[in-house]
Structure formats: structure tokens, C-alpha cells
Design a binder for this molecule. Sequence first.
Ligand code: KIV
Length: 274
Amino acid sequence: MSISTSPRIDLAYLRQRKAEGRKFAMLTAYDYPTAAAAQAGGVHSLLIGDSMGCVLLGHQSTRNVPLDLMIVLGEAVRRGAPNVYLVGDLPYESMAGGNETVLAAAKRFRDESGCDAVKFEARAEHEPLVAKLAAAGIETITHLGLLPQAVTSPEGYRAQARDENSITKLTADARLLVAAGAAMLLLEAVPNEASQAVVSAVDVPVIGCGAGPACDGHVCVTQDMLGIGGIRTPRFVPVLARLGETTRAAMRRWVEDIENESYPAPEHVYGMRK
Ligand code: KIV
């Protein structure tokens, strides 16, 4: 069975893909040109991720990202990709308050940036928060497994749920949060066995970020996939382009051309009116 692709991808469409066993593709985006390229490439969903703290702002952790900045960049992403299922990542500063603060942040993110859903790094104790967001009509993705906001140094990025007990706990948390109203789950850095257990336990789409083939969709940081990421690219990221090398070569060439005065050439220079 197949459905016609609506111009704007929504949750129902992603659920339908899951029902049909068709995987969906998600990437991060923090700017207009990346978003436009992703939509043109057929990417189904974009995440305005707090990974921008490391990727764009050069911090060691994802904790130092203001909600205001994420909303401004989110608006740009929405302009570049009006048809994707757009997800706003609730930053550490928003999660540090009580449930009312999180609800207010989620509403702002949705209403000001035009995102379809919010995501946050969740534990079992977030069950009442998930229920509150669902009751307010906010589509929520709960992020389980590796939780980057809890990591404060590069060595802290470690795979999770690698034994039976941890998989049992992960699966129980996933069930609880879905029962509370989570629209989707995101699993980061867990083995495929853990993803399989979660996918079989819940009826909502499960997005994997380094979580094996069992997931219904997959996400990674766009800059890592394009070869312009930081020093350490996670093992689960397929590096599909070498834009870092290309960019560095272009920068070197710009400097050389100016130093040896081959730039500006005649075609770069305005003439006088006749
Ligand atoms: O912020 C982010 O980019 C993320 C993904 C890595 C899942 O949360």
C-alpha cells in the first residue's frame, strides 16, 4: 500500500511510512541554505538540534545554546524547507526550569519558528511533562539512550544500553513515555538489539541516531555527514562528501590569488559607463 506524498510532511505521513515498512530520512539543519538543500534532496524531516552548540558555536557541550538563538535559526530553516517535518530541540536552559517553563518554551518554538514538533532528552521521570505537552497539543519526540545534555566532555559520548538489564529499562521507559503521549522516540547510540526491543514495544515511529537498522528513520548531524564536522566523527555517521577539504582548499586558493595578484582578474572588475 502507498499513500500520495502530501506537500507538507506531517506526523501521519511518517506513521504511514512506518506502517508500510518504508524508512524515513532526517538530518540536522541550523540555516536556510542547508535546509533548502535537504528539502531539494528529499529529506523528510529536519532537526534544529542543540548540537549547534558544538557544531556552530564551538562549545565542548550542547548546554550553552539559548532558546532565542534556536528560534531565530529555526525560522530560517523553516523558510528553506517549508515542506519537511520540522523538529525543534529544547535546549538545556529550557529543560532546567519546571514543567511550565518547558511548556512555554515548546509553545514559543512551535509558534515562532513554525516547527511541527519538539524533542527533548527524556527520562522516566519526564512522564508528567510528556503528558502535559500532549494535552497542550504539542507533538513531542522523546530522546533516549545517550543524552548529550548530560555530557560535558568529548570522552562522555559513549554508547548506551549494551546489556540485557539496560535494554529492559530502556524499553520500559520507552513504553511509559509513549503511553504518556510521546508522538515519536529518538534513540541515540544504542545497539540494534536495544532498538529492536523498543521498536517491538511501541507503536510510534522510532528514529535512530547511531541506533542500528531496526529503527524506522535515521538522523545524523549534517556537517558530520558532509565531512565538515569536528575532530571526532561518530562511527555511525556515513561521510558522504568531503566539504571540509574542499572548503580549506578554496580558502588557501583565495589567499594565494590575492597574494600573487591573480585576483581580481578583469572579469571581476566593474567598467566605467561609456
Ligand atoms: O542536537 C542534535 O543534533 C541531536 C541529534 C544528534 C539527535 O539531538
